[in-house]
Ligand binder design. Structure first.
Ligand SMILES: Cc1cc2nc3c(=O)[nH]c(=O)nc-3n(C[C@H](O)[C@H](O)[C@H](O)COP(=O)(O)OP(=O)(O)OC[C@H]3O[C@@H](n4cnc5c(N)ncnc54)[C@H](O)[C@@H]3O)c2cc1C
Length: 383
């Protein structure tokens, strides 16, 4: 599927990760923890030296003008190795959105910051009363024409890495009396603004990678509106379309399947019919989800429309990832104990990841919402 040069790139990425990742690294990266966060910053800086943070972007913004395969390899390799350092918010979400809709000022400033490995971004979409129904958001962005500034007031929630971020792309209502998707704008803000308060939220697996972000009179310049003022809805949807590829889930799922297969081999149970059949069936579903994920990433590079493939790939990849972790969990279940301090490292990882990956069917739009998109926008079925 990949050519010699691309496979060589994969090899070099693995060597780079080997240099930084401690031996026997057995966990999904949790950038809330200082150690994982610092490791992620070091790896990003090393990637930046080679212009590998976003190799498919134009050279003038710090990329290498390579095809989408290089980005696929990068994300898949980082996920497979469970390594921190792959910048999802900058490279996968706001970057391609700015390349498509951004002004020259925004491209020059923000894309270069991303490819230098200098900044962390976060996403300000969801609110306490608006998740799946994103068009109902109420955070206000008051536009002052005379000074060309926007003043933002409201609360965002589930903001992943909000506590680490330098910048946020945020969806706000800039036309005060507008309803639904009219009168919204996608705006860039500085997370160091004194009007921002970030409150951590703990999740079921015990970490708190996401937050509530309260915004009181936060100011930003009109130069930071992405696309047109009051017409941010389609820009925001397209950003979600960039976000929704299942590529990380494919890497995590494949790693889990390879590791559990090796474990079964070591324990001499790989020849059992039930285990062989399950592994073969999971591997074939994983391969088809992987191909859909590649298609979803590629199709965004050949035309401008918002497609259903990213929704299909997110759906397939998050589901197969859960199925593979369930299979591994079944095999390891006797090794899982409530007291995690004396737990086998591999069993602990599978247990924690299984809990965390429940979120795959929620974040970036729930499974039900992806099915609605595929049915209605993709296949033209009635509501
Ligand atoms: C780990 C994690 C990280 C996240 N990170 C971010 C982030 O960085 N930034 C950000 O802005 N948000 C983030 N989110 C929030 C995420 O986008 C929302 O949780 C998601 O969009 C769902 O919204 P909700 O939680 O309000 O659920 P709701 O919208 O209240 O949905 C509840 C249930 O109803 C179902 N439902 C709702 N509407 C429909 C419908 N029309 N048809 C069928 N079923 C429907 C949903 O599928 C779901 O099962 C994150 C979430 C998680 C879990």
């Amino acid at each position: 599927m990949f050519n010699k040069e691309e496979l060589n790139f994969k090899k070099e990425l693995n060597l780079l990760i080997d240099k930084f990742l401690p031996e026997n690294w057995q966990k999904y990266p949790d950038e809330r923890l200082d150690y994982d966060w610092e490791l992620s910053q070091k790896i990003k800086k090393e990637l930046a030296k080679n212009k590998w943070i976003a190799p498919s972007w134009p050279k003038k913004y710090g990329g290498l003008d390579q095809g989408i395969s290089s980005s696929i390899i990068l994300s898949e390799t980082f996920a497979y190795r469970m390594s921190p350092g792959n910048d999802r918010f900058g490279v996968r979400m706001i970057g391609p959105t700015l390349l498509k809709y951004g002004s020259d000022y925004q491209k020059e400033k923000y894309l270069k910051e991303i490819t230098n490995g200098d900044v962390q971004w976060c996403q300000g979409y969801s609110e306490p009363n608006s998740g799946s129904d994103l068009a109902s958001i109420s955070t206000k962005g008051e536009y002052d024409e005379e000074n060309d500034t926007i003043t933002i007031n409201g609360t965002k929630v589930w903001t992943t890495l909000g506590h680490r971020a330098d910048r946020m792309f945020i969806l706000v209502r800039t036309l005060p009396d507008s309803s639904r998707h009219k009168g919204l704008s996608l705006v860039i803000i500085d997370m160091k603004d004194p009007g921002i308060k970030v409150n951590p939220i703990k999740n079921i697996s015990g970490s708190s990678s996401f937050n509530e972000v309260v915004l009181s009179n936060v100011k930003t310049s009109g130069k930071n509106v992405v696309g047109k003022l009051h017409e941010g809805w389609m820009v925001a949807l397209d950003l979600l379309n960039f976000e929704r590829s299942g590529i990380d889930y494919i890497g995590w799922a494949e790693r889990c399947l390879d590791d559990i297969e090796e474990y079964c081999n070591e324990k001499k149970i790989l020849s059992r019919d039930d285990i062989k059949i399950n592994i073969a069936s999971l591997r074939s579903s994983l391969e088809s989800a992987k191909i859909m994920t590649y298609k979803a990433l590629w199709i965004k590079t050949i035309d401008e429309k918002i497609h259903m493939e990213p929704s299909m790939s997110k759906l397939l990849a998050t589901e197969i990832n859960i199925k593979i972790h369930d299979f591994a969990f079944d095999i390891l279940s006797k090794k899982v104990t409530i007291n995690t301090s004396n737990q086998d490292e591999f069993a602990k990882r599978i247990f924690k990841n299984r809990l965390f990956f429940i979120s795959g069917g929620i974040l970036g739009g729930t499974t039900e919402i992806q099915k609605n998109i595929i049915a209605q926008r993709g296949l033209g079925l009635p509501k």
